[in-house]
Design a protein around this ligand. Structure first.
Ligand code: HEM
Ligand SMILES: *[C@@H]1O[C@H](CO)[C@@H](O)[C@H](O)[C@H]1NC(C)=O
Ligand SMILES: *[C@@H]1O[C@H](CO)[C@@H](O)[C@H](O)[C@H]1NC(C)=O
Length: 319
């Protein structure tokens, strides 16, 4: 039997935290930028340790995603993950999921905002002008894990062993990408004024759960406009088993500027599962009957990344 070096994953399974930053960057042109970025990526693990040691109870974690368009330039010699491609723009009859650029994603999480800040400070020092910021959004935990629509968000997430089963690519799936994961982000802004004008019962029928005590409502019939939780429920075409993704949505916003948002982030072992959820939300299921969450929520971004294993990341500084 041949022995292999064990592959270590990034902290995709890190717990929900009070604070998070979603940092999306583009990599500058030229070989110098590539060298600097590779070196910085290889030290992310080290940098994370240096920051997390400041408060071990704060559950600091950073996961790094790499975009489709920069893959061949940044990681020549490492096979492209089988499903990796840019976020597909999805045009429904009424709503569109836009596709926006991004080469690198840093999903920075901690119980303390200052630890996220400190990590970002040291990281951007390392990266210097080899990158440009595409978007930087700071999310916060809102009461009992509620989104700004007022609903508890994240209940149907997998737990325990099911987390790794839902998010981590296995040898059998795609041997060159084992231990990695796909991640999709969309930054949504809400029209809260219109949302708040709806009755609680109406809001509940759109989400598919009760607002106060978070109890699941019955599914709608096939010819009706379905609630969000039903549209986002995908089954394996062969076994009929439910296919979960891991979400770590965060509210963000600025009331003084009228900004109220949900930063959607979903990790999955299979990219097509998230894309099918989006298809069902934006095009509708059946087509034409879209997710009514979208009548009150507009995505400003949409980008797909691959989260390589920590082992792959650590090896990038070797040149
Ligand atoms: C405006 C953005 C969004 C908001 C406010 C939102 C909110 C929610 C809420 C409140 C629930 C019910 C509680 C729970 O199980 O977490 C839910 C469920 C879910 N959402 Fe979203 N969501 C958003 C976008 C998305 C997107 C873009 C996807 C996938 C591409 C998605 C996938 C899911 C899934 C898979 C579930 C669980 C469904 C089940 O019960 O099986 N959500 N979401
Ligand atoms: C982490 O801290 C050690 C010890 O202070 C230091 O030598 C190292 O350069 C730091 N790593 C990074 C990536 O900043
Ligand atoms: C899930 O995978 C991570 C990373 O490889 C590992 O540290 C963790 O122990 C795994 N969790 C379970 C429940 O197997």
């Amino acid at each position: 039997m041949s022995r292999r070096t064990p592959i270590e994953s990034q902290r995709v399974d890190a717990p929900l935290t009070q604070s998070a930053t979603f940092l999306v960057l583009s990599v500058a042109d030229g070989p110098d930028a590539v060298r600097t970025v590779r070196s910085a990526l290889s030290s992310v693990d080290d940098l994370s340790k240096n920051v997390s040691i400041r408060d071990l109870d704060a559950s600091f974690a950073c996961t790094v995603g790499i975009g489709s368009e920069v893959w061949d330039r940044l990681l020549p010699g490492i096979s492209r993950p089988a499903e990796l491609h840019p976020f597909p723009k999805i045009e429904g009859k009424v709503h569109t999921a836009v596709s926006t650029p991004g080469d690198l994603l840093f999903h920075v999480r901690a119980q303390r905002r200052d630890l996220c800040f400190e990590f970002e400070r040291q990281l951007t020092d390392l990266l210097g002008d080899s990158v440009k910021v595409v978007d930087s959004t700071v999310g916060f935990r809102y009461f009992d894990v509620r989104d700004l629509l007022g609903f508890v968000d994240g209940t149907a997430n997998p737990v325990g062993q099911a987390v790794n089963d839902s998010v981590l690519i296995t040898e059998a799936d795609d041997s060159n990408s084992a231990g990695g994961s796909y991640v999709v982000i969309q930054k949504y802004v809400h029209d809260l004024k219109r949302w708040k004008s709806l009755s609680t019962e109406k809001q509940e029928s759109i989400i598919g759960r009760t607002k106060f005590d978070n109890v699941e409502l019955d599914d709608q019939d096939d010819d009706k406009q379905k609630p969000h939780k039903q549209l986002a429920n995908i089954e394996d075409p062969h076994t009929g088993a439910e296919l979960s993704i891991l979400r770590d949505n965060m509210p963000f916003g600025n009331p003084g500027q009228g900004e109220f948002g949900t930063y959607f982030i979903g990790y999955s072992r299979k990219l097509w599962v998230i894309e099918q959820m989006l298809e069902r939300m934006f095009v509708g299921n059946p087509p034409g009957l879209h997710d009514r969450i979208l009548d009150y929520s507009t995505p400003l971004t949409g980008t797909t990344f691959f989260v390589p294993s920590a082992t792959v990341l650590a090896g990038l500084g070797d040149d």
